[in-house]
Design a protein around this ligand. Structure first.
Ligand SMILES: *[C@@H]1O[C@H](CO)[C@@H](O)[C@H](O)[C@H]1NC(C)=O
Length: 140
């Protein structure tokens, strides 16, 4: 009985360490506007939203002068990562002191096992004006 428990503990430990060693990656591209006005040079962050630990920042980027963007990142996690793109902007609140945050969830099927994303998520043409947002921690 004791040896069976011991064996079970070893197998369990092996499975956990094996899973934890797995790096996962994700990439997303698209373009961003505010009611058809290009959202140039705005801040983007790729996060892994964790249920138990604090969220992990995977990558930073900014949109280009035409509002286009491309961002990718990787994270080592025991369970499947829960990636999301956070967009920081003042669309609709141009005179506000603090930036708004709009979140785009990245579907699970775009998560790659490995450090290099194989299948980028195309977020399309994002109009910030049509999406919900919350106040961010970034202020002028
Ligand atoms: C993101 O940018 C901040 C500074 O704005 C920096 O401290 C941090 O290391 C960057 N993180 C990644 C993952 O690129």
């Amino acid at each position: 009985m004791k040896s069976q428990l011991f064996a079970a503990a070893i197998i369990f430990g092996f499975v956990i360490s094996f899973a934890a060693a797995g790096v996962q990656s994700v990439g997303v591209h698209g373009s961003i506007n505010c009611d058809n006005e290009v959202a140039a040079y705005i801040r983007l962050e790729l996060w892994d939203k964790d249920r138990l630990d604090p969220d992990d920042l995977m990558a930073n980027a900014t949109t280009g002068k035409t509002g286009n963007f491309y961002i990718k990142g990787k994270e080592s996690e025991v369970t499947t990562i829960d990636p999301e793109l956070r967009i920081f902007h003042k669309c609709g609140v141009e005179t506000a002191k603090c930036y708004r945050q709009t979140v785009i969830e990245i579907p699970d099927e775009y998560i790659t096992d490995g450090a290099e994303p194989k299948n980028f998520y195309d977020a399309g043409n994002i109009n910030l004006r049509t999406l919900p947002n919350t106040e961010s921690k970034y202020c002028d």
